[in-house]
Design a protein around this ligand. Structure first.
Ligand code: G3I
Length: 341
């Protein structure tokens, strides 16, 4: 309770966010969330399988309560995620043939499902969110030929059914919604991981550049994609120099950047030695210094979970607070990088 709030330390730099589930909106977890953050991302609740499990049946009740609560606490909300190859119901892009095999839907049908999902969800949440991850993780992990961004696309079911332009089609559908509501201030993001890999960063850069350049031909001065999300799922062995290079590459596109899912694996089997805890704090400090130096272009830095106990990578202790919600060296690295280094 006597800690400095993260959001206060970074108030002149960028928003500080965290990933949440309903359990984070009660009791001591809510206190911790509230104290340090001014923006939240639903860790799972806004994914396609939760929002439209079967065709045309949208289930918004639980997530509406979550968004209301977050906003009532004075935090903003980021939308995650409209188009992804995981946690998406198969019916959206795949059918089953008479032999029981999975077959892609026709381009027309899949495109209609893609557009309906994006537009219904965006219209529903309206300007209660500040940004959307429109497309998540479309690129291969380590593209062999990043100059050819189409060839670098992951073989996702949406791509199989629609074609390489599914990313562009998704952003066009989202952009149409924003064009209908000029009073909303919502940024459209492309979000991906392993983005400190320079091949992957280059492929992402080439895709965003190509799609934004093409859009500007018919919409002078306008962007199709407003932002690039760097998920930042790192480990103590991550080289911060690569993070800086990727960040600067994305900034050079003229888009805003957010750090969307930051965590740093350290140790294993739920064990974290003092040495590794300090190495983790040191890397957090180095990264925050890099982000601070580019704060004019960074909208938000979001951590992927409140504490090690509930992290998706729990056994490798990746967050700022331990399973008893006690601050780790990682917290001290983030709160005062210069001092920690
Ligand atoms: O809700 C069910 C519960 O009812 C059931 O008993 C339990 C048993 O397995 O599973 C629960 O669902 C789990 C869900 O998280 C909620 O805890 C799923 O199995 C599990 O697969 C799911 O994992 C999520 C993962 O995405 C799935 O891809 C993580 O929580 C979530 O943090 C993670 O987030 C992703 C981002 O969306 C995109 N970037 C990568 C990131 C990490 O994988």
């Amino acid at each position: 309770k006597d800690l400095i709030p993260l959001k206060t330390a970074y108030q002149s730099d960028f928003l500080i966010g965290n990933a949440i589930s309903a359990e984070d909106l009660e009791g001591v977890r809510l206190e911790l969330l509230d104290m340090h953050h001014n923006v939240a991302t639903a860790g799972n609740a806004m994914k396609p399988d939760g929002l439209q499990p079967t065709k045309g049946n949208f289930t918004f009740t639980a997530v509406d309560a979550m968004v209301d609560k977050v906003r009532a606490e004075g935090m903003q909300m980021h939308g995650h995620v409209l188009v992804w190859h995981q946690q998406s119901p198969a019916w959206m892009n795949t059918a089953t043939d008479a032999q029981g095999n999975s077959v892609p839907l026709s381009r027309e049908e899949a495109l209609a499902n893609l557009r309906t999902h994006i537009q219904t969800v965006m219209e529903h949440f309206g300007n209660t969110v500040i940004s959307w991850d429109v497309v998540n993780e479309a690129m291969n992990d380590n593209p062999g030929n990043p100059a050819d961004w189409q060839a670098s696309l992951r073989q996702a079911p949406w791509k199989t059914a629609i074609g390489d332009d599914y990313v562009e089609q998704a952003f066009l559908a989202a952009r149409e919604v924003l064009d209908r509501h000029p009073e909303w201030d919502i940024k459209l993001y492309y979000n991906d991981y392993n983005e400190d890999n320079q091949n992957k960063a280059q492929a992402i850069y080439n895709m965003v550049k190509a799609l934004n350049d093409k859009y500007a031909l018919t919409h002078p001065g306008k962007k199709l994609i407003d932002g690039v999300g760097m998920q930042a799922h790192y480990s103590v062995n991550t080289n911060p120099e690569n993070v800086r290079l990727s960040l600067e590459k994305f900034i050079s596109l003229g888009v805003e950047v957010s750090i969307t899912e930051l965590d740093i694996q350290a140790g294993s089997n739920y064990q974290l030695s003092e040495k590794l805890a300090n190495a983790q704090g040191y890397l957090y400090a180095q990264l925050m210094q890099i982000f601070k130096a580019h704060a004019d272009h960074i909208a938000r830095v979001t951590f992927w979970g409140l504490d090690d106990g509930t992290s998706w990578r729990s056994s490798s202790n990746p967050l700022l607070f331990d399973k008893n919600l006690q601050a780790k060296p990682a917290y001290y690295g983030v709160i005062n990088p210069a001092k920690f280094i």
